[in-house]
Design a binder for this molecule. Structure first.
Ligand code: NAD
Ligand code: WQD
Length: 337
């Protein structure tokens, strides 16, 4: 029996594949490599000593996806595949709706056809939009502020409707907060091409000398030090959350959402200072204008995942900073030679 990981060559997918393989699961990966590299899969094979069944396909191609289900004994799916750049989604909304939603519908058709009834989906804290308060529980009001967020919102609904219609499906929606860090081996990590949008990849590119300084987007927010506060979670903790969800899904029918976060907020400057201290490296920064669309502060309430999935985030901010730098330092050009 195998777990199919769509988008399994990407940042979170590769870390989840690694934890699954370490725990003795068989995995199959289907990824178009549009935003990732086959090198990540090769490194998973080196780290685990196992061969990984890999299909370079766009999962919107139903015929090719059928072949993946025909050739493997798949009993559950973790669905990571999709586009995730918030800013780009506002410029190219149709691309985001088309890619993320069509991919999910194509996947559901294939699951129906091949009688696979369990799915774990990569949702996001972005479905809470501008929250009324933190920590945010799963039943908080949902409303998105960009097309990327709406794709997550809509896919959650599509999967819930599918669970209701099928009657015997298990649909677990995992709402990630801000994943950072890398596997402690330093072999796999986040490899954003070009100028990164997100804070930690930007910090590591400054640390490695690719970018001259960090731009801190605003220090006049109503937060501990005026800079934006987020719930950063180590990607390896997040990866283990998928295993907990897969195990829970074995005896569960219906649909259920879980926050995967630490429940703690960290400001931009707190993160930068922790990074400098733990890695003994200077990160020059300049305070610049706020980034349009940014929220002052949000962090999640993970107590439902703690209780129901028996999942807890183990790593602290220092671990996240150390492991992010470890990957970047070992791989100054990411997965490129
Ligand atoms: P990523 O870009 O590294 O991984 C996504 C993978 O999906 C890539 O390998 C890409 O090549 C693949 N892909 C995209 N479209 C595809 C298609 N049509 N068919 C096959 N493969 C396709 O991103 P990530 O950070 O690993 O995120 C994984 C999932 O988690 C995404 O759905 C993302 O929206 C969600 N998520 C990410 C974050 C975050 O901050 N990284 C937060 C919340 C949710
Ligand atoms: C974090 C903080 C910035 C870059 C995004 C998506 C969200 C989710 C995770 C997928 C903010 C500040 C950032 C920089 C900075 N993705 N910052 N300088 O915006 O919380 O979340 O990724 O679902 O949907 O919106 O993450 O890492 O971009 O920003 O000062 O160069 O760092 O203003 O306060 P964000 P981020």
């Amino acid at each position: 029996m195998s777990v199919l990981l769509t988008g399994g060559a990407g940042y979170i997918g590769s870390h989840t594949a690694l934890e699954l393989l370490r725990e003795g699961y068989d995995v199959v990966i289907a990824d178009s490599l549009i935003n990732s590299s086959y090198e990540a899969v090769k490194r998973l094979e080196i780290l685990t000593g196992k061969d990984i069944k890999f299909y370079q396909i766009d999962i919107r191609d139903g015929e090719k996806l059928d072949k993946v289900f025909e050739e493997n004994d798949i009993d559950s799916v973790v669905h990571f595949a999709g586009l995730k750049a918030v800013g780009e989604s506002s410029v190219k909304p149709l691309l985001y709706y088309e890619t993320n939603i069509d991919a999910t519908i194509s996947l559901c058709y294939a699951m129906e056809k091949h009688n696979v009834k369990r799915i774990v989906f990569s949702s996001s804290a972005t479905v809470y939009g501008v929250p009324d308060f933190s920590p945010i529980p799963e039943d908080a009001r949902r409303y998105c502020s960009n097309p990327y967020g709406w794709t997550k919102y809509m896919i959650e609904q599509i999967l819930r409707d599918e669970a209701t219609a099928r009657g015997d499906w298990s649909v677990i929606l995992l709402r990630y907060f801000n994943p950072i860090g890398a596997d402690a081996s330093g072999m796999i990590g986040e490899d954003q091409s070009g100028i990164p949008n997100n804070l930690m990849p930007y910090i590591t590119k400054v640390a490695v000398g690719t970018l001259p300084y960090l731009r801190v987007f605003g220090n006049d927010y109503n937060t501990v030090d005026g800079t934006g506060v987020r719930d950063y979670i180590h990607v390896s903790d997040l990866a283990r959350g998928h295993i907990a969800a897969l195990e829970y899904g074995k005896d569960f029918v219906g649909s259920e959402a879980f926050n995967l976060g630490t429940g703690k907020g960290t400001s931009v400057l707190q993160l930068v200072n922790a990074f400098m201290k733990v890695n003994n490296i200077d990160i020059p920064y300049k305070i610049v204008e706020r980034r349009p669309g940014d929220i002052d502060e949000y962090y999640g309430d993970p107590s439902k995942a703690n209780k129901v999935l028996n999942w807890y985030a183990k790593h602290d901010i220092e671990d996240m900073c150390r492991d992010s730098w470890n990957f970047q330092k070992n791989n100054p050009n990411g997965y490129k030679e």
